[in-house]
Design a binder for this molecule. Structure first.
Ligand code: M6R
Length: 613
């Protein structure tokens, strides 16, 4: 995830900025940069790769007093628009090179703004959405950076935390945020801005938390606040008591929990820029560029490993459901050694959070040779998968640090649903009004996940009672079966509990022999037409002594008399429910791990990215 730091005071800014950026390294990044304003004007330095590359570049300049100035902004970038490179790193500047901007978030209408600005003569050097902001502010600049920013913000859609400096205003840094965090650290004769607490802890513990759309003008000796219309406002200073380790995790005990909690935002980020709102809402997958030729496809093949494969299984059901096209979900490590039958009219969807999984890449390369179209879904811009696939759709989840995948999974689902829905529309199977209804449901998922997370204590209490169970089975039908697979994997990974997933209809064909009073069965029940079937399955395992829990919609009392424990999730379309029903299961796995005294972020024997066979 990108990181922001800014400094204004009596010290040389460059070393302070570097230091702040080092404190944000844990968040993951692919390039870094700083802008310093001093006697020689605005100076920008950027470098792709690790922070050391930037440090090596600027240290001689700092030592020989060539890069001086007591104010500046810095950034670590996790690429979204445009791959990792020096030129795509932040700060981004306007045409005159007087305005420098660092940005976390996504400007959704940047394509449109860029075309308009180019029409007015702006020359763009990078592929980033951030450069648009610098040019846009320049358009409105008449000697007051705050006023220019207010006008620019009126035209920007999306999420942002921004640090901005202007060569003609050497006494202040301007900061603003919307849906992306930003704080102001208040020191003695110096002030800082930062996206995260760790960047400022060495300097101060007194902070202002910026509210959405609130603007701060940060001077060396004071901070002024304005609302979106430029009206001044007062704010209360807060004290940060976290230690450095807690601050890195945003106050959460572990990265896994933090990332579970980041899902509402990650889902919204992944969805929003891909929705067009005119008379009725529609899906706009510019990165894929669907046209009529796609309707000729005969089959969709999804390949991936682990959690990403589970997203693929849900994708298979989604393609069948929305687009009525044959679809397969293949485990990449198996697929690469099979002798599969290819057809140039196949569409391959390759899913990988890291974009570096060896088996997944091998399966992708095999599919390429067949002449089929390849769409990659990845969380890592510039990864091998992203570079080698024909088309890439990014999950804008931000870096996932915990080994167990959580927010990458739900955002992969969001991408898969968007492609399947768009495909259904292209094949004339989903009419505009129906598509708009599904889009509406997708748009609700961010707030629905927030509501589920708000009731996490119920899952925590349940885990406190059940964490010692030696056998945990998840079961479900259709989409719920796929969620069961992912839930069982999560529990295995972080709590080392023996857990398995079963298609509920398969119970009688063997697995029920394992069920006894030492078993916990968690039934995922969101496929409304199959509630009675699930009820029978729950009764069957109860009759053999198993403890039972059900995850179902909040507006049904169907399982109230059957299950021992019920976790409720907000109502959505049955086929979209996996994005919601997985959340209690992620929390359950997390709390079982903690109860067992384990470190959920670093499970034994596992690596975050499996780049070898
Ligand atoms: O980076 P990828 O999505 O290709 O990784 C695939 C799997 O290795 C990964 O999902 C793994 O199963 C996770 N540890 C799951 O939590």
């Amino acid at each position: 995830m990108c990181g922001i730091v800014g400094y204004i005071g009596a010290e040389e800014a460059a070393p302070v900025l570097l230091n702040g950026l080092k404190r944000l390294e844990y968040r993951g990044y692919d390039s870094a940069g700083i802008a310093v304003l001093g006697k020689t004007g605005l100076q920008v330095r950027k470098a792709k790769g690790i922070l050391k590359n930037l440090e090596d570049k600027i240290t001689p300049e700092i030592n020989s007093a060539l890069l001086t100035g007591a104010m500046g902004i810095g950034h670590t970038r996790w690429a979204t628009h445009g791959g990792p490179s020096d030129v795509n790193s932040h700060p981004q500047t306007d045409v005159s090179g007087k305005i420098a901007v660092v940005h976390n978030g996504i400007i959704e209408n940047y394509g449109k703004l860029k075309r308009q600005l180019e029409g007015r003569g702006a020359e763009f050097r990078s592929e980033t959405d951030t450069e648009v902001i610098a040019h846009l502010i320049d358009c409105y600049y008449k000697g007051d950076l705050v006023q220019a920013l207010i006008e620019a913000l009126k035209r920007m859609e999306g999420s942002y935390a921004l640090g901005i400096i202007h060569e003609d205003e050497p006494d202040r840094i301007i900061a603003v945020r919307k849906e992306s965090p930003l704080i102001i650290g208040v020191g003695k004769g110096e002030n800082l801005i930062a996206s995260d607490v760790p960047a400022i802890l060495e300097y101060t513990r007194e902070v202002y938390y910026l509210d959405d759309r609130e603007i701060a003008a940060v001077y060396r000796d004071r901070v002024e606040f304005y609302d979106a219309e430029g009206q001044g406002r007062e704010k209360e200073l807060a004290h940060v008591s976290w230690d450095a380790a807690a601050a890195e995790k945003g106050g959460y005990e572990h990265f896994m929990l933090k990332e579970i909690y980041e899902q509402p935002k990650a889902l919204t980020d992944t969805l929003r820029a891909r929705i067009k709102t005119y008379a009725v809402k529609s899906i706009n997958l510019e990165e894929i560029g669907f046209d009529e030729t796609w309707a000729e496809a005969r089959r969709v093949v999804i390949t991936a490993c682990g959690t990403a494969w589970h997203a693929g299984v849900i994708g298979k059901y989604a393609f069948e459901h929305f687009a009525r096209i044959p679809a397969d979900a293949e485990i990449a490590s198996e697929y690469r050694y099979r002798n599969p039958v290819f057809n140039p009219k196949d569409i391959f969807i390759i899913i990988s959070q890291s974009g570096e999984t060896a088996d997944t890449l091998a399966a992708m390369r095999m599919a390429r040779k067949s002449g089929a179209r390849i769409i990659a879904i990845s969380n890592a811009v510039g990864s091998t998968l992203a570079r080698e696939a024909d088309l890439v759709m990014y999950t804008w989840a931000g870096p996932e640090i915990a080994v167990a995948s959580t927010k990458a999974f739900t955002t992969q689902l969001m991408c898969v649903y968007l492609i399947a829905l768009q495909f259904g529309a292209l094949r004339g199977l989903i009419k505009a009004e129906e598509l708009a209804r599904y889009i509406h449901e997708l748009e609700q998922l961010g707030s629905h996940t927030k509501r589920i997370l708000a009731s996490r204590e119920a899952v925590q209490r349940f885990a406190a009672l059940q964490f010692n169970k030696t056998k945990v089975f998840f079961m479900g039908r259709l989409f719920d079966y796929a969620v069961s697979l992912e839930s069982a994997l999560k529990l295995k990974e972080v709590s080392y509990t023996h857990s398995e997933a079963f298609a509920a209809g398969e119970l009688k064909h063997g697995p029920i022999a394992l069920v006894d009073s030492a078993t916990l069965v968690i039934a995922i029940c969101t496929q409304t037409a199959l509630f009675d079937k699930m009820e029978s399955n729950i009764k069957e395992v109860k009759a053999r002594g198993a403890a039972t829990a059900v995850i179902t919609f909040e507006d049904t009392a169907y399982f109230d008399d059957t299950a021992d424990t019920i976790f409720r999730i907000p109502r959505t379309a049955d086929c979209l429910s996996p994005i919601l029903s997985i959340i209690p299961c992620q929390l359950y796995a997390y709390y079982c791990s903690v109860q067992r005294g384990l470190d959920p972020d670093k499970p034994r024997n596992l690596a975050k990215s499996v780049t070898v066979e």
